[in-house]
Design a binder for this molecule. Structure first.
Ligand SMILES: Nc1ncnc2c1ncn2[C@@H]1O[C@H](COP(=O)(O)OP(=O)(O)OP(=O)(O)O)[C@@H](O)[C@H]1O
Ligand SMILES: O=c1ccn([C@@H]2O[C@H](COP(=O)(O)OP(=O)(O)O)[C@@H](O)[C@H]2O)c(=O)[nH]1
Ligand SMILES: [Mg+2]
Length: 167
């Protein structure tokens, strides 16, 4: 039987900032990390490689900048290039946090990115925004507006049920 798929109206979407940290780049994990988000069905709308400055980082981590371990975080995060990405999709902030796992890789479940690729809090491979407000703030910090692309993905009708828009 054929499914009829009505074309979806433009819907309010959610975005999150995901970064592959310097250890993830050095360990050649970038492809595997991108793959997990693609596989889940999320849409990549921004991507770049950059060297984080100390100023950008202290804005990004403004909630932990006064913590005693922050100098370690700064040294870690500026030790080499990072890959920063913006991913789009329904509930993408919360889903990404679940895919990434808890901060400390030693506590992260196998199957999560941190649970599969890290065992130390200070080398935890990825960053994921922890709230929609935080995501908006972080995306604004790391990306210019013209670096984000609004493109139509042809699998959209097969990853989101149309009725969701009518509820
Ligand atoms: N006790 C610690 N010792 C060393 N590094 C730490 C410690 N706690 C946190 N960090 C580092 O600081 C980062 C920021 O901590 P935060 O509490 O925001 O964790 P997170 O939200 O899981 O990580 P991120 O913001 O990078 O996604 C952690 O990802 C980790 O790399
Ligand atoms: O005790 C800590 C807490 C945090 N971090 C680092 O600081 C980052 C940001 O901390 P956050 O609390 O935002 O954790 P996350 O959101 O990364 O899980 C973490 O990813 C770690 O890299 C750390 O090294 N030691
Ligand atoms: Mg955090």
């Amino acid at each position: 039987m054929w499914l009829t798929l009505p074309s979806l109206p433009v819907r309010a979407t959610e975005h999150t900032l995901i970064a592959v940290k310097p250890d993830g780049v050095q360990r050649r994990l970038v492809g595997q990390i991108i793959h997990r988000f693609e596989q889940r069905g999320f849409k990549l709308v921004g991507l770049k490689m950059m060297q984080a400055s100390e100023d950008l980082l202290s804005e990004h981590y403004r909630e932990i900048v006064k913590k005693p371990f922050y100098p370690l975080v700064r040294a870690y995060m500026t030790a080499g290039p990072v890959i920063v990405m913006v991913w789009e999709g329904s509930n993408v902030v919360q889903s990404s946090r679940k895919m990434v796992g808890p901060t400390n890789g030693a506590e992260a479940q196998a199957g999560t990115i941190r649970g599969d690729f890290s065992f130390h809090v200070g080398r935890n491979v990825v960053h994921a925004s922890d709230s929609t407000e935080g995501a908006q703030r972080e995306i604004g910090l790391w990306f210019q507006e013209n670096e984000l692309l609004n493109w139509e993905s042809c699998d959209q009708d097969w990853t989101i049920e149309a009725n969701e828009d009518k509820q």
